[in-house]
Design a binder for this molecule. Structure first.
Ligand code: HEM
Length: 161
């Protein structure tokens, strides 16, 4: 395999995994703090999350760009599904999740934990969960294309007990 393709594949898999992990950590920490933490901890988290966009947005762009580059000239159902999901992930991120995070950060900064705060918080959790599910599906499909998923399932099935 040409070296350029190998590098693209590694960059793609790394960027996609970083994006998925970042969104997952945002989601879990939001859910846990909303359920168990004080308003000051919620406010601190709300102010930290927008900084995460500094690497999340480039990670998503690199994942999509490198994915499209590797998909050039290849026609398969699995690649088509990956291509279909990415604009949904990016659209929900740019149109719902980033504005919601900025809104919640401003609200939390001024201590306004009102009905609007919780309505937007609920929307953010639902939209965030959809991002996680779509990215996880693309990660799984990527591992299927590369054959790693089948190898993992086989190994798992062969292990005693
Ligand atoms: C526009 C969206 C995407 C396209 C067109 C795309 C396309 C591809 C293609 C063509 C491959 C096969 C590379 C090869 O073996 O030759 C691949 C592998 C992979 N993709 Fe994607 N992908 C996309 C999004 C994603 C996302 C969002 C993730 C993770 C969250 C992801 C994770 C992976 C992984 C882990 C591999 C396996 C790499 C390896 O073999 O080590 N992809 N992708």
């Amino acid at each position: 395999m040409p070296r350029a393709i190998t590098v693209t594949k590694v960059v793609h898999a790394l960027a996609g995994t970083i994006a998925l992990l970042t969104i997952f950590v945002f989601w879990i920490s939001t859910a846990v703090t909303e359920l168990f933490a004080s308003s000051s901890t919620i406010a601190e988290l709300k102010m930290v999350i927008p900084w995460g966009f500094l690497w999340l947005v480039p990670a998503l762009a690199i994942t999509g760009g490198s994915g499209l580059q590797m998909a050039k000239g290849r026609r398969s159902r699995i690649i088509a599904s990956k291509k279909r999901r990415m604009p949904i992930v990016a659209g929900v991120r740019l149109l719902i999740l980033i504005p919601a995070a900025l809104f919640l950060s401003v609200k939390a900064h001024s201590g306004a934990f009102d009905a609007a705060f919780y309505a937007v918080q609920a929307i953010e959790l639902i939209a965030g969960a959809s991002n996680i599910l779509l990215l996880a599906a693309s990660l799984k499909d990527g591992l299927k294309i590369s054959g790693r998923f089948q190898r993992f399932v086989k190994q798992d099935g062969a292990s005693p007990g």
